[in-house]
Design a protein around this ligand. Sequence first.
Ligand code: NDP
Length: 281
Amino acid sequence: MQNVWINGASLPAIGQGTWYMGENPALRAQEIAALQAGLAAGLQVIDTAEMYADGEAERVVGEALQGRRDSAWLVSKVYPWNASEADITGACERSLQRLKTDYLDLYLLHWRGNIPLEETLRGMEKLVAQGKIRSWGVSNFDSDDMEELWAEEGGFSCATNQVLYHLASRGIEHTLLPLCQQRAMPVMAYCPLAQAGRLRQALFDNAQLLALARDKQISVAQLLLSWAIRHEGLIAIPKAGSVAHVQENAAALNITLSAEEIALLDQLFPAPQQRMPLDVV
Ligand code: NDP
């Protein structure tokens, strides 16, 4: 099983996303059951955000974690406009309340806004000192943003950068991922199953991917996840709204692709040959 180290914790390289959870009350019990099944299957990292369902996704996570907070490694994210030194504490406290916990394992700046990085960084460090968060990081930062952050005093405390990455969107492989690997900073891959829409369909209906998955007796989703986590220091956080999906995703932790299989995937969905702007949703 592949593990990734973040802030001194060794974590399974697949976690659980929560975007779109908490939007439909009829699905709530199923979402809670999925998160709990994921934890039981070893998917320790749960990723959420104050943005998701306007805080309702955090409430779903909070319910799922009742009586089992210690089995999860909990990540939430702050809106850029709440990430000033003055406002970040309140935003974090509201997240903690919805999550029914007194600490986050990781708190991320959701994307870069107008507040100077230095100020957000000071706010994050204050939250660490107060024990409200155990580490902080960023999301949707391209390589130039990372260089700016690392140039700030204390910038190297950034625990991760959460960015979009899947087989049909490999831009980070050219510059950003190698840069983070050089700095020994883990990368968290969001949308590892390509979320929804045209690209996702192109992957899930691709005849060669279907054939490769069938030969390995795995699903296309498992193929995509095992492919994403082949990188050292990369953790993927698929969102699964059912116990069946989450268990399937957890099983991908134990799937290894051969060099020939990886070469075939490279042929079908080539790695970028030049620097690409960061893909976002
Ligand atoms: P994903 O790529 O994880 O795709 C989610 C979709 O895949 C859902 O429709 C889900 O369906 C389906 N799915 C899950 N497991 C399987 C499976 N085994 N077989 C077939 N389909 C499956 O997209 P997300 O956008 O959800 O990204 C993952 C997470 O990353 C988010 O939930 C969020 O936590 C984070 N994120 C962060 C962003 C950022 O800006 N920092 C931006 C976007 C996402 P079902 O629900 O029915 O299981």
